[in-house]
Design a protein around this ligand. Structure first.
Ligand code: GDP
Length: 296
């Protein structure tokens, strides 16, 4: 995970550790390197600027204590701030609703929404003992409805049928009604994506959100999208009250910057990370652990 950023920062950490004293000048030099590493990792520029400013303020205000050398102290500050930027620790999925807890999955086509819906169904069944129903509101691509049916079955959850002549909100309400009558704990609503942001898509998903009042509105985003992930995140954040993020394809992300940017730009916690195409390739995202990996 995040290998290029890891490599770069690991080298840097060695250099920083070699410094004897923290001064205004060498803090600036070191932070210039950190800045380059983050930009190379495709972290968005405003996010990098904020990050560097916070680290600098903390580093210069810090009394160096105990056995830490100033270099180690700076590394610790960078590490702590990386974790804080990504949300500090683990953000649990919220199921605190009158059952069924409705979870809306939002994101662009290809982000991994359908796969992630099935992964989440499996996770909630196996790790949380929940009874899970899935439904697809993608009325534009019948193949997407079929895909959800297939992966839901593989996950061992139940799938609610829908057809392309229905309105997404009507589909979701019918599934909700079925879920209530059959005592499901969770209803996962997969939605239509587009190849790029468009107004009609945003209007439709807002209507869907207003109709079903989800307890979680999860933004599914491809970590390999790099800078584009930022624009997508902004658009979804403006359209919907996001409660969490699922970062997919972290296994293929060599730059490692999306986690920082997307968290900072949406303000929503990263709750899960996709780590393979397989249905068990979903991890609870731990910001502290991810920060540790990033720094190497
Ligand atoms: P959707 O259009 O957003 O519903 O995306 P899909 O669920 O169809 O996923 C698009 C592609 O990404 C598929 O080939 C998935 O197998 C793949 N995919 C999804 N999540 C991951 C992941 O975490 N890691 C990897 N390597 N591939 C993933």
């Amino acid at each position: 995970m995040a290998s290029a950023l890891t490599d770069k920062l690991s080298r840097l950490v060695k250099e920083i550790r070699g410094q004897a004293r923290i001064t205004e000048t060498n803090v600036s030099d070191m932070l210039r390197e950190v800045r380059m590493a983050l930009l190379e990792a495709d972290v968005a520029l405003p996010v990098v600027r904020d990050f560097i400013a916070r680290v600098k303020e903390k580093a210069l205000g810090q009394e160096v204590l105990g056995s830490l050398t100033p270099g180690q102290a700076l590394v610790a500050i960078v590490n702590k701030e990386l974790a804080a930027t990504m949300g500090d620790g683990v953000a649990d999925i919220n199921l605190a609703a009158q059952p069924p807890a409705v979870i809306l999955m939002a994101g662009l086509q290809g982000a991994g929404k359908t796969t992630t819906t099935a992964k989440l169904a499996k996770h909630l069944m196996e790790k949380r003992g929940k009874k899970v129903l899935t439904v697809s509101g993608d009325v534009y691509r019948p193949a997407a409805i079929e895909q959800l049916k297939t992966v839901t079955k593989q996950a061992g959850a139940e799938w609610f049928a829908s057809t392309p002549d229905q309105k997404p909100v009507d589909i979701a309400l019918a599934a909700l009604d079925y879920a209530k009558k059959h005592f499901f704990d969770v209803l996962l609503v997969d939605t239509a994506g587009r190849l790029a942001i468009d107004e009609a898509l945003m209007r439709e998903i807002r209507e869907l959100h207003a109709g079903i009042h989800p307890v979680e509105t999860l933004f599914v985003v491809d970590a390999m999208q790099g800078q584009d992930a930022i624009n997508t995140a902004k658009a979804f954040k403006e359209a919907l009250p996001l409660t969490g993020i699922i970062l997919t394809k972290l296994d293929g992300d060599s730059r490692g910057g999306a986690a920082l940017s997307v968290r900072q730009i949406t303000g929503a916690p990263i709750k899960f990370a996709g780590t393979s195409e397989k249905l068990d390739g979903l991890e609870v995202f731990d910001a502290n652990r991810h920060a540790g990996r990033v720094l190497g």
